[in-house]
Design a protein. Structure first.
Length: 202
């Protein structure tokens, strides 16, 4: 089976982004030909707890004060190279920023040679700020609003909370520029009836 045939076969089996597939052709061939089964990207949920109450959240009212145990986090770090992980996405059923060890975990994972991406509502990143800024490959803040009133609808939080998220975003952008850091900083915006007219101002 040629490399192209293998990629076409894999594309038929699972619906994935072609560009991402092409970054890992060797691993795909090895997998399809039964030589190894390594994880390329690992998604880790550090917390089920969340400080926001977004009406469109996949997890809805199932948030709870459950956090990934420190011992489990250490085992993940210890085994990353053995299982061949190249990237980690930290997101979750809750807000990762609520985990007290988020910054330390990101630093350890990055120092093991793994690219780390964080998806967050952004309100608590100041608690772990330098560990995140110096060690993340990318960070994405889910804001979904361009005003405090709309933020109340999309995140169930006050204007004060919205202002904190925006302040954290600005601080991150300024710090990246000031220190010349390679971190990619992005914002996500889930469009709904209440925020569609603000998208050009976001």
């Amino acid at each position: 089976m040629t490399m192209l045939e293998s990629i076409i076969l894999l594309k038929q089996i699972i619906d994935v982004d072609n560009k991402k597939l092409l970054l890992h052709t060797k691993e795909i061939i090895d997998y399809l030909e039964g030589r190894r089964n390594k994880v390329i990207t690992l998604e880790v949920d550090l917390a089920l707890a969340c400080n926001h109450v977004c009406p469109n959240c996949t997890f809805g009212s199932s948030h709870s004060k459950v956090f990934l145990d420190e011992d489990v986090m250490e085992k993940i770090v210890e085994n990353l190279s053995e299982i061949g992980v190249k990237g980690m996405i930290i997101s979750g059923g809750g807000e990762p920023g609520m985990h007290k060890d988020l910054g330390t975990f990101v630093k350890k994972v990055a120092r093991s040679g793994v690219d780390v991406t964080l998806t967050t509502n952004g309100q608590l990143i100041h608690r772990h700020f330098e560990d995140l800024m110096y060690n993340l490959k990318r960070i994405r803040l889910s804001i979904d609003a361009a005003s405090g009133s709309t933020f109340y609808y999309t995140h169930g939080k006050s204007r004060k909370d919205f202002d904190q998220v925006i302040a954290n975003l600005k601080k991150a952008v300024h710090f990246k520029k000031e220190k010349g850091l390679p971190i990619d900083i992005g914002v996500s915006y889930l469009i709904c009836e209440k925020n569609a007219d603000e998208i050009l101002h976001a």
